[in-house]
Write a protein that binds this ligand. Structure first.
Ligand code: SF4
Length: 325
């Protein structure tokens, strides 16, 4: 029977090379990539199409959210729980391997490329915690790592695997040239959990709104966010696109505030807030509108189908700065 592998595929150069090294041994490869509210599958999709790799996109939002609240190995510089995230991806890829009757999972990881998450010990720990210590193969560094089951059983020819390590890209560039790969996406980027501003908002949401929903995570991606009180926040659109997104994400029980007579932001108060909180949000609405700053402005607040006029002084820059999350 033909050997079959599942490739953990990000779409970056290392994942392309790992796939090539295995595919040229005549092994059938199916790519898998993942989506959550924090990162998507676009890069992987586009690259897989270019190199003719069949790709399954798996939405791991539920399991990822669960893990994100208390990652066993903690967070990186921001709220990126990379070791646990990697473990989860390998676990899901491993399940796919079993479902497809495949023989092993391969990744584009390179030993020592990221000192924290790609040291020998970390590579072993994630494979073990994912539940497949012996069936996760890193073709680019395999000769520097313990032999895995597919190598031992001869399904993969270990002598044709590589011994790349470290942060340098020279060997990968040479391989890309040999394979005739001329374009590939930049290695990093794309995960919101590594973004300091997004992380600040996410931490605030986790700390103060334990009952948050997916919609609340989506809201973190748009506008400016302000903490009005311990229990209530406001989201203020920065441009027409933000305003449209905020309106689309608004639901029953939320308050939507807009200014009268002047161009200005749409402001959302999730779950409506109190009268005083809506008044505060209306002040922010006026502050970021084209209305004069030195006199009262009239805003309209829509809540539970009822529109109310709120007349407010625009918030001062100091006040806005103090409330900004
Ligand atoms: S950068 Fe984001 S997607 Fe990548 S491992 Fe870390 S948390 Fe996961």
């Amino acid at each position: 029977m033909k050997t079959k592998a599942i490739a953990l595929f990000s779409g970056g150069l290392d994942s392309i090379l790992a796939f090539k090294v295995i595919a040229e041994q005549g092994i059938e490869v199916l790519g898998v990539t993942f989506s959550t509210p924090f990162f998507g599958a676009e890069k992987a999709r586009a690259t897989a199409r270019r190199i003719a790799l069949p790709l399954a996109v798996i939405d791991i939002t539920e399991e990822h959210m669960q893990m994100l609240h208390s990652p066993r190995y903690g967070y990186g510089k921001n709220m990126n729980p990379c070791i646990d995230c990697h473990t989860l991806m390998l676990k899901v890829a491993g399940r796919r391997m079993e479902a497809e009757g495949a023989d092993f999972v391969l990744t584009g990881e390179v030993l020592g490329q990221r000192p924290m998450s790609q040291g020998k010990q970390s590579l072993h720990v994630v494979a073990k915690n994912a539940g497949y210590p012996d069936r996760i193969l890193r073709p680019l560094s395999a000769q520097l790592l313990p032999e895995t089951e597919p190598e031992r059983s001869g399904k993969v020819d270990r002598s044709r695997l590589l011994d790349i390590q470290g942060r340098g890209r020279k060997r990968q560039m040479e391989m890309a040239a040999n394979y005739g790969i001329t374009s590939y996406p930049a290695p990093a980027g794309g995960c919101l959990l590594t973004d300091p501003i997004f992380t600040r908002r996410l931490r605030d949401l986790f700390d103060r709104h334990p009952g948050h929903r997916l919609r609340d995570i989506e809201l973190l991606k748009v506008g400016r966010h302000f903490r009005l009180t311990e229990t209530t926040k406001a989201v203020v659109g920065r441009n027409a696109m933000d305003n449209a997104t905020i309106e689309r994400l608004a639901g029953a029980g939320d308050a939507l505030i807009r200014i009268e007579q002047f161009p200005g932001p749409t402001v959302l108060v999730p779950d409506g807030g109190s009268e005083a909180e809506r008044q505060l949000a209306a002040g922010l609405c006026a502050r970021y509108s084209d209305a004069p700053r030195d006199r009262e402005a009239v805003t309209r607040c829509l809540l539970n189908g009822i529109t109310t006029a709120l007349t407010v002084m625009p918030a001062t820059p100091e006040e806005a700065e103090r409330l900004l999350i």
